[in-house]
Design a protein around this ligand. Structure first.
Ligand SMILES: Cc1cc2nc3c(=O)[nH]c(=O)nc-3n(C[C@H](O)[C@H](O)[C@H](O)COP(=O)(O)O)c2cc1C
Length: 254
């Protein structure tokens, strides 16, 4: 079984690649959290994959909330691996996940990272096509390599933590402060299509008088609304006005 979370498709791309070889059901952690589906029966010998983007060198809120509530029905200790996608490094994200699983008497057996185009356009713009194609080319190779290791149930934390992962608690805490919704707004380009309301994994966007409203003070900051708006009509303060938008080039969201 492969549990995944994605804002802009990178993790879904990786999850599908692994599923092509390893098989297993794909479970969207955001949907499962919203539908309160936390109980999963795991067959003998079945592996568990947990695939998500790193946020501030730690876990997205949706992932930590889901894993906290997860209940695996197993007859033996399943082999659990994680693949974390990132724009650079993952810091302590795999260790944080390992700690959460330990509270449930589960062991994280291996961790991998895949460097992919960064979708955090509120911070930086690296959405030009050449950059995306070159990063995706390298990502494809990394994914092939890690699938070989997953096939063999290799144990170990192989993710790229970065040289100063020890300071991860600082960005982890910053995430709590920065993931505010106050600066999101829709421009004149908004066509009232309601796509942002449908795709928001935190389900906090509601259409009012033909325009989206962010109804909570904080969200996961996954960037799905701003990057996947078909009219590029969502902005975040002034920072995103002149920036491109990013969706994984191999994923078509319906
Ligand atoms: C809120 C937020 C925080 C992020 N923090 C980091 C980070 O600390 N380190 C990093 O390398 N990439 C970071 N990124 C980039 C994403 O982890 C990366 O683009 C990921 O592949 C996106 O996956 P997705 O397309 O499945 O949502 C961040 C992105 C967002 C939206």
């Amino acid at each position: 079984m492969i549990f995944y979370f994605t804002g802009t498709g990178n993790c879904l791309y990786v999850a599908r690649k692994i599923q092509e070889i390893e098989g297993g059901k794909l479970v969207n952690m955001a949907h499962a959290l919203n539908e309160k589906k936390f109980n999963y029966k795991i067959e003998k010998g079945e592996k568990i994959g947990i695939i998500f983007p790193v946020y501030f060198w730690g876990l997205p809120t949706i992932v930590s909330e889901f894993v906290n509530k997860l209940n695996l029905k197993t007859t033996e200790n399943p082999f659990i691996y994680t693949v974390i996608t990132c724009g650079g490094h993952v810091g302590n994200a795999d260790k944080n996940l390992g700690n959460l699983l330990e509270l449930k008497n589960l062991k994280l057996n291996s961790s991998y990272s895949v460097k992919m185009p960064s979708n955090y356009i509120m911070i930086h713009d690296i959405t030009n096509k050449e950059n995306i194609n070159s990063v995706m080319g390298m990502a494809e190779k990394q994914v092939k390599k890690l699938i070989e290791r997953i096939k063999k149930n290799k144990k170990g934390y192989f993710a790229d933590h970065g040289s100063i992962a020890i300071v991860s608690p600082i960005p982890n805490r910053l995430y709590g402060v920065l993931r505010k919704t106050k600066k999101f707004y829709a421009t004149e380009e908004c066509t009232n299509c309601g796509q942002c309301e449908k795709i928001c994994p935190s389900q906090i966007i509601h259409m009012e008088d033909g325009k989206p409203e962010w109804k909570e003070k904080k969200c996961s900051h996954c960037t799905a609304c701003i990057n996947r708006c078909p009219s590029q009509a969502i902005e975040y303060g002034n920072s995103t006005k002149k920036r491109g938008r990013y969706v994984n080039p191999y994923i078509e969201f319906s």
